[in-house]
Design a binder for this molecule. Sequence first.
Ligand code: ADP
Length: 446
Amino acid sequence: MFKRIFIANRGEIAVRIIRACRELGIESVSAYSTADKNSIHTKLSDKSICIGSSPPAKSYLNIDNIITAAKVTGCDAIHPGYGFLAENSRFVDICNQNNLIFIGPPAEVISLAGNKSKAIEVMKRNKIPVIPGSSGNVNRIKTALKLSRRLGYPVIIKASFGGGGKGMRICNDKKDLIAHLPLAKSESESSFGNGEVYIEKYIPKPRHIEFQIIADNYGNTVCVGERECSIQRRHQKLIEEAPAVNLPIKTSRLMREFALRAARAVNYKNLGTIEFLLDGQNNFYFIEINTRIQVEHPVTEMVTGIDLVKEQIRIAYGQKIDNLRENYKPLGHSIEFRINAEDPDNDFRPCPGKITESFLPGGPGVRVDTFISPNCEVSPFYDSLIAKLIVWDSTREEAILRSIRALDEFRIEGIKTTIPFYKKIIKNKNFISGNIHTHFIEEEIK
Ligand code: ADP
């Protein structure tokens, strides 16, 4: 097994990886920026090393500093977590050149999945349902207009290299399309370093359902179930559940088959997620592959008992996954709440600052993945996710009741968080009955 793993990340996911390393008997070295000098991940790991100043470009995205730090601390592998360098194929190549094993899929897979319009073309060729749209990227307004007329409005312009729910524009008519296409291209260029965009039919009120894939280096690929990620705000996930809510067994089975086919089509290795949208008639469409551990991975862990981070590490080391059952059955129900340092009463404006007091919920079926503690600083330099509350119980109804209890116990003082907002959602009639879709929040929560 690996002797020492370098963690090229911060916050809750760094803590999560340290825990997996410890349980596997592997030493961990955590990277930190000057802003994170006193962050809990630097204290929990066996060793920690400064990789630069606070702006991400100077530290967590600084490939030279990270590689040097991993080498001088004698690490044999790098875990990228999510975000930062997790889906950067150039980083994977550089790790390989430096004899550091990247804990994730090979560079070719990351690079294919990162080009979303190209990945969609591969899926089409493999007869996996995709949303009607452009074949590849769209550059000219004339082509975009012709295609959108054929698809019928509304359509959505998406950044080929986009992510995190950013860089999407909905066009309700020809006028919108003419106005948005050049803006979408220049926005994509500035946010993702590439201005390519593609067009899809816009599906009204879909559900977002994704499947967890685990694949080893020997051609064994399994799917360990799905997650419901339909509770979103501006296309960003806020609450996730496993299994998906009221999903007919037939649909779930079929989607799982296609998820496996998608993973095999790109020769997937390590952990990955195949994302689909599901429309009101239970038709589903592939949207993208995510080549990293997902923020929402704990809900799958809670209902399967599989430690996904340990699986990533074991697979990267070269172990087989024959201990995993292909036809797993989820046990119970799990719900995750992303606790963000944001002010829900002020358009979710980020709220960095000092946490003066905190109390984390506990008790049966309650897990909190976090890096916060009383007197810690939430830095303005990084994303606003400060904790994940993950609740499990034997049914969805009970998991909801347990979530109400856990959200009530959760105390964070000194900064605003999304906790009060979740207290509203969890008591909403339509949420409770499972009547959810990606526009639930704007329609239901005032
Ligand atoms: P990203 O990689 O930025 O997360 P995705 O392609 O995964 O982008 O889409 C994120 C979310 O955007 C989806 O969960 C859904 O809410 C919305 N979305 C994306 N494509 C469509 C579409 N064609 N119709 C309706 N909603 C869409």
